[in-house]
Design a protein around this ligand. Sequence first.
Ligand code: PSU
Ligand code: MN
Length: 302
Amino acid sequence: MNPPIRFSGPVKAALDQGRPVVALESTIVTHGMPWPQNFETAQAVETDVADAGATPATIAVFDGHIHIGLTGEQLEMLAKAEKVMKLSRADMAYALSEGKTGSTTVAATMMAASLAGIEVFATGGIGGVHQGAETTFDISADLAELSLTGVITVCAGAKAILDIPKTLEVLETGGVPVIGYGTNVFPAFWSRESTQKAPLRLDTANAVANLWKMRQRLGQQGGMLIGNPVPKTAEIPREEMAGYIRTAIDEASASGISGKNVTPWLLARIVELTEGRSLATNIALIRHNARVASEIAVALTN
Ligand code: PSU
Ligand code: MN
């Protein structure tokens, strides 16, 4: 294989020397949060990773090349961009062969991280099975990617805009270990708890590293999902989110929002409905995930 990858200097040095690296996605920057919080958060997350002893590798596609580790200018360009592609497995190679620029979703970031030899990845929330998927068939490619690609993905669970029980079923079918990190309950992004149990539970970064190494001893190839609940001080309780989510989903279907636009549209609408509170929660949880992912990356090098 000969993928068109450009590494930043710090990421290249860390990988060459076997030091811990944490991959970070960029769709949260282009489609997940408004300016300027998207830019400030992307920078804060990189600092969080560095403070925890790992090298941050934010991933995006520029002019037909996968960039692993971005400059401040590249990050700012993405944060201000209005028309970059939101790339997933289905269109990653198209963006590269056509020389395009795009941000990477969980699925595309996992693909790129795996090609680059990065084993740990922090995001906010994964895509999943949408409510009403039995009629829309809207199931994020993130789930298939988790079953295919060998990257540990740290998230704050699945947003309650998704059908969480069906999302967990699809992950189980795909052979993806879903770990509650310090919790018995699968987290629901803005809220610490969903109505679902976490299928498995681990309490330390070392335990996650040991599980990962055991999967490698068994020759298992896919990813693992770590569900790390949002810190208590930043959470919005489930009962309170339920109303906002219902409103946003009803409006989206009435307006005919479909395909790739569904998740960004719902996230933006929920920021409005919560008068910005959901954004503050989103920022807190991604920073928390970055710290836990860094601890896991460090544990893997021990
Ligand atoms: N969750 C968030 N913010 C985001 C996303 C998820 O809180 O920006 C993004 C991620 O990049 C995820 C993508 O991979 O949305 C899922 O999109 P879709 O549902 O279209 O697969
Ligand atoms: Mn979708």
